[in-house]
Design a protein around this ligand. Structure first.
Ligand SMILES: Cc1ncc(COP(=O)(O)O)c(C=O)c1O
Length: 361
């Protein structure tokens, strides 16, 4: 096989969008303006000017903001202050595999609620609620990883209502929310039930993952608990990253970068939808309006074991879809395809190659 390997496993930004020159400027400004403080121990919840800036952007009190080294770390801290063995947590099924791991690691019982094209199945959610209310519900409401779907406003309102009635928290993980290529924003869970929601954001997909900077907007009493946990864990987050990101925002570069990313990613999503329809018409997939992923339900007769065995024959690297499900067998025909790192030509070629190892396509 001479054609180069095409990697369909990585939901990361392509190397060419990482803004090296601008980050050099931002880091120079950060060290010039506040070097000693950034190099000294920081304190949870993070660099005060950055906290203030985020509070202004999200129009919330600064006391409701906590920053950490990546949103995954913030999610880990949330599971630690809320969950323990004997409690329940709900997650979408399928969901982000690392988040599932964090939920499971808490020792809580983790229940997967089946996903539909507009969010979780509410009847299944309610049936589980009646068996026992969860302490935490983890939802990626915008351009879900792995499915690419967005939870409808009606479903958000119902779940927010249940959160108040059944006294659970919603972890609204929103790293892709700003990467919308078409359609209109759906109101956040945060706007519907601010006293019940941990709204997480991340700079990984909007700026650069290597900065490891994530944050959460949460009720003040919960932020206090996160601060205690973080202080006992590492005192404070990495100062230079926080200072660089602060200056990057202050230079007015952030929103322009997001716009630039949307222009690059939107045609990639279109190319993928077109290629799937052309080469694998038997596959079904929800059509995302943003984010990083499309997910295919492959035609009957295909299995992950067979696909994983055959993908190297056509120089494709794929992700085992079973890994996104708490019940792995549910993902035997589920294939997540990240489109942001690939050019439209690579996307077309990848779907062409994939079609040659599928049955009933
Ligand atoms: C839903 C979701 N949450 C969190 C993350 C990780 O974000 P961070 O790099 O801030 O930990 C990802 C990355 O793929 C993701 O898809």
């Amino acid at each position: 096989m001479t054609d180069a390997l095409i990697n369909l496993t990585r939901g990361v930004p392509p190397m060419e969008v990482l803004p090296v020159e601008d980050m050099i400027k931002a880091s120079e400004a950060a060290f010039n303006n506040d070097g000693p403080n950034l190099l000294q121990y920081t304190h949870a919840p993070g660099y005060p000017p950055l906290i203030k800036l985020l509070a202004e952007r999200y129009e919330v009190a600064p006391e409701r903001i906590f920053t950490g080294n990546s949103s995954l770390e913030v999610m880990d801290f949330i599971t630690r202050i809320l969950l323990k063995p004997g409690l329940r947590a709900f997650a979408e099924s399928p969901s982000y595999d690392r988040a599932n791991t964090l939920l499971l690691r808490s020792g809580a019982e983790v229940v997967g609620i089946p996903m539909e094209a507009d969010g979780v199945n509410l009847a299944a959610f309610e049936a589980e609620l009646k068996k026992g209310a969860p302490k935490l519900v983890y939802i990626i409401a915008d351009f879900q990883n792995p499915m690419g779907t967005t939870t409808s406003e009606a479903k958000r309102r119902q779940i927010a209502k249940w959160a108040k009635e059944y006294d659970f928290y919603i972890a609204e993980d929103a790293p892709y929310r700003m990467l919308r290529y078409k359609g209109k924003d759906v109101p956040t869970f945060l706007s519907m039930a601010p006293e019940r929601v941990f709204h997480m954001g991340s700079l990984s997909k909007l700026l650069a993952p290597g900065l490891r900077l994530g944050f959460v907007i949460a009720p003040e009493d919960q932020v206090k608990k996160l601060i205690t946990w973080a202080t006992d864990t590492y005192i404070g987050p990495v100062g230079p990253s926080q200072g660089m990101v602060y200056e990057y925002f202050r230079m007015g570069l952030f929103d322009a970068n997001v716009e630039k990313l949307k222009k690059i990613y939107a045609p990639r999503l279109e190319a993928l939808e077109k290629a799937v329809k052309k080469y694998i018409p038997g596959a079904t997939f929800p059509t995302p309006e943003g984010g990083f992923f499309i997910s295919l339900i492959l035609p009957e007769g295909n299995t992950m074991d067979n696909l994983l065995k055959r993908a190297p024959e056509v120089n494709l690297k794929i992700t085992d879809g079973r890994g996104f499900y708490l019940n792995p067998a549910d993902g035997d025909r589920f294939l997540r395809i990240p489109f942001c790192t690939l050019s439209p030509e690579q996307i077309d070629e990848a779907m062409k190659r994939l079609s040659t190892i599928l049955v009933n396509k």
